[in-house]
Design a protein around this ligand. Structure first.
Ligand code: ACO
Length: 339
């Protein structure tokens, strides 16, 4: 009836708005919220049973040490003892590792010691600089390559992975026992009073599939032992690509993509690069960067209408794009030439 409906909606809140994220120690103290929480709270992204609910997930911005706290002004059981409010703490706990603290002072101490002691894990594969800050220093950004065998990485990844659910539609957790995952981590490195402080900017998960020249992933890939040291041709699939919200729209997505693309080109075993379910912003980033590469490296210069199929295939093998992405780039390139 009408009064039941009224009480129900009064005790409902939007789960995206209830979650507050902060990155401590980076420049960005502003809180931000997830774009998606349906994997945690269900497809309607609503939480029942609280007024002014706040779910705080604060992170040390390098190590991702976590402060987790749930607060509210009122819980429905104070009014209706038999009501069943959602188990907010239980639901979040299913998605974060147990090593969080609920004590804010403890968290601040961890942030301080982490900021001095935390160093990125894995092998540094690239770095780039951006604008000078007020002190005239350049900010350095460093990219590290890791996998689940990298010391300390599993622990870090367990804290990190919830960001994929929060910002990539359709994302799910990847299997940390599968050694074919490669993960690139992008960090901002700040020089503060002679100490280097690292802040996480973004990351990308990639999976090394077996590559078969006829363009099909076969069951052979499944049969390769997980710790196979056999060198075989690879189809590298970008799975989850994320720049954290405070760092978006500043060119970091471009830089991370370009760096990964160059590392793929430098590996002669990687024959093809694919992307798992790219969304529109990522497809846009990919198109622009692939096209820029094709043009800068003059790989499209010999291609004219009518298009020679073999010439396109030759170019495709050089740039390692898959067929669909090669066709997209070619179409955009040829349309640019229309007058
Ligand atoms: N819509 C349209 N174009 C965009 C958008 C957008 N939302 N965001 C970036 N672009 C364009 C920019 O105009 C820019 O073009 P330019 O090279 O001509 O300047 C280019 O893409 C890259 O801009 P960056 O500033 O480098 O992009 P950013 O660092 O913000 O990274 C990304 C883009 C990865 C989409 C980031 O915003 C993000 O992580 N978003 C949330 C998570 C997400 O959607 N990830 C991709 C999911 S698909 C997948 O994982 C395979």
């Amino acid at each position: 009836n009408a009064s039941t409906t009224k009480v129900s909606t009064e005790w409902l809140c939007n789960s995206n708005e209830a979650v507050e994220i902060q990155l401590h120690q980076s420049n960005y103290k502003d809180r931000f919220s997830p774009n998606f929480t349906y994997p945690i709270f269900g497809k309607h992204e609503q939480i029942y049973g609280y007024k002014n609910l706040k779910i705080k997930l604060y992170y040390a911005s390098g190590s991702l040490s976590t402060y987790f706290n749930v607060s509210f002004d009122q819980k429905i059981t104070e009014i209706t003892p038999v009501a069943q409010p959602d188990d907010v703490i239980g639901k979040i706990k299913e998605f974060i590792p147990k090593d969080f603290t609920t004590n804010y002072d403890t968290f601040l101490n961890i942030v301080e010691s982490d900021s001095l002691n935390f160093r990125p894990m894995g092998e540094k594969i690239d770095e780039y600089y951006t604008r000078r800050n007020d002190n005239g220093d350049d900010t350095v950004y460093e990219i590290y390559k890791t996998n689940f065998n990298t010391p300390k990485f599993k622990e870090f990844h367990r804290r990190l992975q919830i960001f994929a659910l929060f910002y990539i539609e359709g994302a799910s957790y990847i299997d940390e026992d599968d050694e074919k995952w490669e993960i690139a981590l992008l960090f901002e490195k700040k020089n503060t009073s002679g100490t280097h402080i690292y802040n996480l900017v973004g990351y990308c998960t990639m999976y090394a599939y077996f590559y078969c020249d006829r363009g099909k992933i076969t069951s052979v890939e499944k049969s390769l032992p997980q710790n196979s040291t056999l060198s075989h041709d690879i189809r590298m699939r970008i799975s989850q690509f994320l720049i954290l919200p405070p760092y978006q729209s500043q060119g970091h997505g471009n830089k991370l993509y370009q760096s990964l693309y160059q590392s793929f080109l430098a590996n002669s075993l990687i024959k093809e690069i694919t992307v798992e379910d790219p969304n529109e912003p990522f497809q846009d980033l990919r198109d622009k960067n692939d096209l820029r590469y094709l043009i800068d490296s003059k790989l499209l210069e010999n291609i004219q209408l009518p298009v020679d199929k073999q010439a396109v295939e030759n170019t495709r093998h050089k740039c390692r794009l898959n067929k669909r992405q090669m066709a997209r780039c070619l179409e955009i390139y040829l349309l640019r030439k229309l007058n």
